[in-house]
Design a protein around this ligand. Sequence first.
Ligand code: AP5
Length: 214
Amino acid sequence: MNIILLGPPGAGKGTQARHLVETRNMIQLSTGDMLREAKTSGSEMGQRVAEVMARGDLVTDEIVIGLIHEKLAGDNAGGFIFDGFPRTLAQADALGDLLQEVGETLEAVVEMRVDDDALVNRITGRSTCSGCGEVYHDVTKPEPSDGKCTRCGKSDFTRRADDNEDSLRQRLMEYYKKTSPLIGYYHAKGTLRSVDGLAAIEAVQTSIAKVLDN
Ligand code: AP5
């Protein structure tokens, strides 16, 4: 089963994707994570996108479609979770073509509905374990009091360069201008399902499980 998690920055896509990886053996394909890895590795492409990402703008379709193309050739035991991709109509069309090329289909697009006011708190309170990528939040999922990640035991937590109010404003603008049209696109294709992304993390997990099991 291949699915897309669709929603604005801070909707909880990464948090839910990680849960699906653990519980359903699915493969998370996060273009944001891939781009951040490219930045850290110091590759030429990573350097090119660093500024774009810090500003909160979208990276070119060509780059992200190329990243996804490479990954689709790999193992797909439990199905792919597309997290943060597609983000434009051109990317959505390309994903359809790429899936067809590898003999796969898209079963569901899960729209995570949230309101903008909640996103500022979620984004500015986020930290991530640099060892395993586990996502924490100052209020809703604080880093463990012994300072060690509950998943991998490392004690190095980072905050993203684009997790500030200015970048978030631009990321939201990009979302409404370029990504939200995908809601209509997938509705028309009959694959769109919506869940309440404002509910507690476990409640959102349950809603998504219901979508996948139906
Ligand atoms: P990307 O990394 O994809 O970031 P994003 O879409 O802005 O989404 P986030 O990762 O910020 O949020 P999330 O929905 O995963 O929320 P999370 O689970 O972490 O993209 C970054 C940049 O890369 C883009 O701006 C762009 O420049 C570039 N890029 C990436 N893909 C691209 C593409 N396809 N095309 C072009 N450019 C691309 O949760 C957030 C916080 O809230 C956490 O602290 C978490 O603990 C907390 N939380 C989560 N769920 C809940 C809940 N239910 N209740 C309370 N708290 C919660």
